[in-house]
Design a protein around this ligand. Structure first.
Ligand SMILES: [Zn+2]
Length: 363
């Protein structure tokens, strides 16, 4: 564990795990803030704020639990281009709602956040809550996200993903209420969207693998040169369109839809892989759907599901020279197409053998 005179000597296991990943603790005296983090070239720096420094030991432990919650749920990376202060408000409300830290009277809760449509923001994931938030009242936020930073390097992104995944894997009790309380519609809002934790290990494995194979732009250019003359076999394609990666999603129900959505989200959230697309198949193939178009994807997945022709999907859905990722149980009604001429990753649920290429077991 990282040693620092301002860190409590005895901390809960999840906090110890988190501190173990911190490369440095800096007494940053952030004004009006508890804790923040900085990710620089894959190094995780914990920044101590004024409020933390002034707090007693018990409150410091609680502040650390709160920060662990932000990290575990990837709040910093999920903030994107949003206003940091307002996103911090809804993330703090989310953490309060889940009981990850004890809720002080001064803490932000959903009940204190005014909703654009009147009333207060219903408990929902930060992205949705942010959209609903009306001009927020002056509330005391933890200051974490406002002061946190991420240099966006691949090393930092990987570190954030690893810390988040390790925390979730080792301390699932912290997330026990996730997707249960947050998915509820007790207030009649109908917004039953569970908060999405960082991707499970198999998704990270695939992303890392794809990054490795697509990182060299030179190689990608040469693929494009070699293959630009080949018209794609699917309709709706302008000539010369090349996704970074093609995902073939078997809609027979073998892969959990939530998991698939998480995988598509992870692809869309990785800048190098954002221009990937998806073909949903059963015995027929859907149109091409950019991985970013989540609603279209969900609809295509809901529309399909009878039988599985993996061979047909392979013959018609792959693009020469472009990496292919399969999401399937590898139980095919018509066998398999021969190996592809580029990277082929088989994300397989269940125990059926995959025909060739790289296998990643979906838990
Ligand atoms: Zn916070």
């Amino acid at each position: 564990m990282t040693e620092h005179k301002l860190l409590p000597k005895v901390v809960p296991p999840a906090v110890a795990t988190f501190l173990g990943f911190c490369d440095e603790v800096v007494n940053a005296k952030l004004p009006g803030a508890r804790l923040a983090t900085a990710l620089v070239n894959g190094r995780l720096v914990l920044l101590l704020g004024e409020c933390y420094i002034e707090a007693d030991e018990e409150q410091r432990i609680d502040d650390l639990k709160h920060e662990v919650g932000h990290f575990m749920l990837g709040h910093l990376t999920r903030c994107g281009e949003r206003n940091r202060h307002n996103f911090n408000l809804v993330c703090d409300a989310s953490l309060s709602h889940q009981g990850i830290n004890k809720v002080l009277e001064t803490d932000v809760t959903f009940a204190k956040l005014p909703c654009k449509n009147g009333g207060t923001v219903p408990p929902c994931p930060p992205e949705a809550a942010y959209e609903l938030l009306d001009t927020p009242p002056p509330l005391i936020v933890c200051g974490s996200l406002t002061h946190s930073s991420d240099d966006g390097t691949a090393a930092s992104q990987a570190k954030a993903a690893i810390v988040g995944a390790m925390l979730i894997a080792k301390h699932p009790e912290l997330l026990k209420s996730l997707g249960v309380h947050l998915g509820g519609t007790e207030n009649g809002s109908g917004r039953a969207v569970p908060e999405i934790p960082p991707p499970p290990p198999w998704i990270r494995k695939v992303i890392e693998y794809l990054l490795k194979t697509t990182r060299s732009t030179d190689r990608r250019r040469s693929w494009r040169r070699e293959h630009r003359a080949l018209p794609d076999m699917l309709p709706g394609l302008s000539r010369g369109y090349t996704p970074v990666c093609r995902v073939l999603f078997d809609a027979s129900g073998s892969i959990d839809k939530e998991l698939a959505a998480q995988f598509f989200g992870a692809l869309a959230g990785t800048p190098e892989l954002r221009d990937s697309d998806v073909v949903v198949f059963d015995t027929t193939l859907s149109e091409l759907i950019p991985v970013k178009e989540t609603e279209k994807l969900a609809k295509a997945i809901a529309d399909k599901g009878g039988g599985t022709s993996i061979k047909k999907a392979g013959l018609e859905g792959r693009i020469s020279g472009i990496p292919t990722v399969w999401l399937t149980d590898a139980c095919s009604g018509d066998g398999f197409a021969p190996p592809h001429d580029a990277v082929e990753v088989w994300c397989v649920s269940g125990s059926a053998p995959h025909p060739h290429g790289v296998r990643v077991q979906v838990d």
